[in-house]
Design a protein around this ligand. Structure first.
Ligand SMILES: Nc1ncnc2c1ncn2[C@@H]1O[C@H](COP(=O)(O)OP(=O)(O)OP(=O)(O)O)[C@@H](O)[C@H]1O
Ligand SMILES: [Mg+2]
Length: 313
């Protein structure tokens, strides 16, 4: 059978390889070869490979980078292949720039969790009493967190400056840029009948000292999307919004394994993997308004051909 899933890469002559959860990154002095694979992570490990997910994430990010380049420069140099971005090497800033337009979430770090426990003063903003879960905020809020291997910590900009994580000038700039990016993203999503609920940006500093948007942008892995058409009615009835859902796959693993402990995991059911693939494709098609065109297979061979001019020697 044709290989139609990109699990990992092992390219020689393209620089030092760094393996992220989703991306394989080949580092050269001035540029990175960022290959977005089909790996799907959860519980801090790879739980499945989702056909076309890497292509979807790469192309959707590229699309958004183009839509927002008037707000802030980004790391994109070239896209030689559907799964590959040639990017400017930057020094990543040690924060995740999170912007939220709605109060939601169930995890420890989510805004709704803090609010439900009574928190109103978040340092750089306060929230009024009486908000309901999933309610739209009067204006978006900036809730940056530290980047850490163990667990990300939400800190206010003042706390970040006080802890010497980032300078005052830089965090203020990032807040302004991230807010503008969120507003642009939300406006574009709204034209497509989608709500951009919240999102996470990564920034870096390039060799010339300039602030750059890096990594990925407004993808279902970095952002939450809800269906706009049913939001109001469902919110009024106390129902959860219709959302882009990959939770079903997480739940399956929770039911069929101990994903934080088991050395090897069972294989996800093929129909669930296909369903998730369809969801990634369809949300990307909705956002961009362009039909998804699968790249040629085998993917790895195609990538090797397409990036050959970026070899280091
Ligand atoms: N232009 C850039 N310059 C430097 N680093 C970048 C750039 N763009 C992305 N990165 C980094 O490359 C990596 C992309 O890999 P991936 O998205 O798989 O990582 P991750 O799983 O999110 O994070 P981790 O690094 O913890 O594995 C991230 O560490 C990201 O910060
Ligand atoms: Mg990442």
């Amino acid at each position: 059978m044709e290989q139609n899933v990109l699990t990992d890469t092992n390219l020689v002559g393209y620089g030092e390889k760094y393996v992220g959860k989703v991306r394989d990154v080949y580092r050269q002095p001035e540029r990175l070869i960022l290959i977005t694979t089909d790996r799907h992570s959860s519980f801090d490990r790879i739980i499945a490979h989702i056909p076309w997910k890497g292509q979807v994430l790469n192309q959707l990010s590229v699309w958004w980078f183009d839509q927002t380049k008037d707000i802030v420069p980004n790391h994109v140099i070239a896209i030689p292949d559907p799964n590959v971005t040639i990017a400017r090497v930057c020094t990543p800033l040690p924060i995740e720039a999170v912007v939220r337009g709605y109060i939601t979430g169930v995890t420890d770090t989510s805004l709704w969790t803090h609010y439900a426990k009574g928190k109103r003063d978040f340092g750089n903003f306060t929230l009024p009493d009486g908000l309901q879960k999933n309610q739209k905020l009067e204006r978006s809020v900036f809730t940056p967190s530290t980047k850490s291997d163990t667990h990300d910590q939400t800190l206010s900009p003042d706390e970040m400056v006080a802890s010497n994580i980032i300078s005052r000038g830089l965090i203020d700039t990032i807040e302004a840029v991230a807010t503008a990016l969120y507003e642009r993203g939300a406006a574009v999503a709204a034209e497509r009948g989608l709500i951009l609920v919240d999102t996470k940006y990564e920034f870096g500093i390039d060799a010339g000292g300039e602030l750059m948007l890096i990594d990925e942008l407004h993808t279902p892995d970095s952002s939450r999307f809800w269906e706009a058409s049913s939001y109001e009615e469902r919110f009024a009835q106390g129902m959860e919004p219709e959302y882009f859902d990959k939770e079903f796959l997480r739940l399956w693993f929770k039911e069929h394994s101990d994903p934080y402990r088991d050395e090897t995991l069972p294989q996800a059911p093929a129909d669930m993997v296909e369903e998730l693939s369809r969801r990634y494709l369809s949300i990307a098609e909705r956002i961009t308004g362009e039909p998804f065109e699968p790249g040629a297979t085998p993917i790895l061979k195609r990538i090797a051909d397409n990036i050959s001019s970026y070899a280091v020697h």
